[in-house]
Ligand binder design. Sequence first.
Ligand SMILES: Nc1ncnc2c1ncn2[C@@H]1O[C@H](COP(=O)(O)OP(=O)(O)OP(=O)(O)O)[C@@H](O)[C@H]1O
Ligand SMILES: [Mg+2]
Length: 272
Amino acid sequence: MSHGISGLDPTQGVIMEVITVANNKGGVGKTMQCYQLICHLASKGNKILVVDLDSQANLSSTLGAQIKRTLIPEWLIGDVDLEDVVISAEGEADFYENISVIPSSRHLANLAKLLILSEAEVRKNAGRKERLLRHRLSEVGSEFDFVVIDTPPMLGDELIMALVASNRVLIPTQAQDYSIDGLEELMDTFEIIKETENHELIFSIIPSMVNLRRKIERQRMDELAQSFNCTPPIRNLVQMQESISLGKPIFMMGKSSKGKQDFAALWDALEL
Ligand SMILES: Nc1ncnc2c1ncn2[C@@H]1O[C@H](COP(=O)(O)OP(=O)(O)OP(=O)(O)O)[C@@H](O)[C@H]1O
Ligand SMILES: [Mg+2]
């Protein structure tokens, strides 16, 4: 299947799919789901480019790609090339060799400042700052099958750039009132970007860290499903935290692992 980045000429041969995991609410399982998605896709032989757009750099460290100072701001404005910012993921399984990471660090917090200082370059390269990431990814070519982007818990430049650059966005959402109320802001942003910059962008809500034994959470999940396109849920399980701390993806857990079953159902529903 071909998934060109929207806005690009399909004859350029760009066949990679760009997937962003986003929610402006913190601690909902974005980085966890990114990690599981990356390992799942890489284990099937796909070449993955990971872009960590969160200055907390949790995904970078989970993938063994920690660095002192990220060059993402410089890469976005065109001062350095892809090979200057990409490093290999490190982990025990063979599939890690399919994962390349553009790692983050606290320095990413300087992005907004640099974008103001570099207004002329931004205009020359991409027209507007929202398009910078899409512009840079359009130069990546066909060496990667998927780009997976983790984003910070706020509706800032990083998240907007990621949405403009993506084919689809996965939105982990907890089945609780505050989380569901907070979705409105993100969905408004999604709609604006879809109308203006990225007509083909699609989204899926992933009920995340769900406790299925709690009636109130089951009710909230039903309500969510009435308003949005929802996937099967990911339960709140201790083994998910273990997966991150051991650096071992959930699909490598035992057959009876609930987490493994949840993620298998999720990837199935998303056709990934
Ligand atoms: N399904 C789950 N079951 C149990 N724990 C989970 C689950 N998903 C994530 N966690 C744990 O919850 C915490 C927050 O998860 P995670 O870091 O993925 O959220 P996040 O949305 O990326 O947070 P932030 O907004 O700060 O980037 C982590 O300690 C993670 O290990
Ligand atoms: Mg995170």
